[in-house]
Design a protein around this ligand. Structure first.
Ligand SMILES: *Cc1c(COP(=O)(O)O)cnc(C)c1O
Length: 339
């Protein structure tokens, strides 16, 4: 990363509900770096966001809840899988700002043990006071939530709906803001990152970072993501579209270059939310070498990809690699039997 010349990253015109306490830290992992043969591993601690157990969705929710409140909403609805971190953090954010919350959660991940169905995120959704609609695997949650929104509107409620992962153009602005935060921390510490590694689920985190990098005049191709929700081609198309929508919200003249978007499909495994051996090893390595927790659905697979790139020599000793820790720790309790 190098210093930007003319930054066009100004997000002050967007309504924002502050849910973070300020910048999340970037930390160097000395023991893990030595263990991996001298590549410098850093982590950006977006798991250390204070509300509701923390995680990347809070950055998106700052702008989504901001927009909901600006529109006078009294209720927020969203969708996800049964163990959705986005749903859990929407419920927590709604509790914080005083909105009613309803979640349409599908059984899309083929796991039927009690830990998956009742522990982890789903336990927390209940504690935060959200109403959960339990939908079968094949249900169309977007259609369901639109119908439910209309039902509530007919009762006089003012409803704000967010879709999968909170990755609307507005939600993506949260990670455009994070791009600015990373650039500022990099400048202040004089550590220039060769690669920034993160999971790609609904794609909004990657898309927001891309939009932010373009607005800052930084090289987008240092963002290396690992697809965990679909294959790499699907992730690429969705991420490019979201990145350009977010970029245009920031400044109509900005454009993201599809050729510089890096998405790797090799850690996806058998499907979304389905464990792989490499994921299990990655979760254990980070926990046992550094006392840090990543989740089985997103961070575990992305960190497995980072390790693979170090062992295969793609990431070399002396390079600075920043891993974005996106949270999702409640997922570990839902996947107890895998460990
Ligand atoms: C949602 C999520 C991601 C992926 O973010 P997207 O913006 O959906 O790509 C990564 N990690 C965790 C823990 C998540 O909950």
């Amino acid at each position: 990363m190098s210093t930007q010349s003319a930054s066009r990253l100004d997000l002050s015109k967007f309504p924002r509900s502050v849910l973070l306490e300020g910048p999340t830290p970037i930390q160097h992992l000395a023991r893990l770096s030595a263990h991996l043969g001298g590549v410098n591993i850093y982590v950006k601690r977006d798991d250390l966001t204070g509300l509701g157990g923390g995680g990347n969705k809070l950055r998106k929710l700052e702008f989504l809840i901001g927009e909901a409140l600006a529109k006078g909403a009294d209720t927020i609805l969203t969708v996800g899988a049964r163990q959705s971190n986005h749903a859990r953090l929407t419920a927590a954010s709604a509790a914080r700002v005083g909105l009613q919350c309803e979640l349409a959660l599908t059984r899309a991940v083929p796991r039927f043990d009690n830990d998956y169905l009742e522990n982890g995120n789903i336990l927390l959704d209940d504690l935060f006071g959200a109403r959960v609609h339990d939908l079968p695997a094949a249900a169309n949650s977007a259609e369901f939530i639109e119908a439910r929104a209309n039902e509530l509107r007919a009762q006089g409620r003012n409803v704000y709906v967010t879709l999968l992962g909170g990755s609307s153009p507005t939600g993506c602005l949260g990670y455009a803001a994070c791009a600015g935060e990373i650039a500022a921390q990099s400048n202040a510490s004089a550590v220039s990152f060769d690669h920034i590694v993160l999971p790609n689920g609904s794609g909004g985190t990657h898309a927001g970072l891309l939009a932010g990098f373009v607005a800052l005049g930084l090289d987008q191709s240092i963002l290396d993501t690992f697809a965990v929700y679909g294959n790499a081609a699907q992730a690429h198309a969705g991420t490019l579209e979201k990145a350009n929508q977010a970029a245009r919200l920031i400044d109509a003249s900005l454009q993201v270059n599809g050729e510089s978007i890096r998405i790797d499909g090799t850690q996806f495994g058998p499907g979304y939310g389905i464990p792989t051996d490499a994921m299990r090893a990655a979760v254990r390595l980070l926990a046992s070498k550094e006392g840090l927790l990543i989740d089985p659905v997103y961070g575990g697979k992305a960190f497995a990809g980072l390790i693979e790139r170090v062992t295969s020599g793609q990431y070399r000793p002396g390079q600075n690699i920043l891993f974005l820790m996106t949270g999702g720790i409640p997922g570990l309790f839902a996947y107890r039997s895998e460990f």
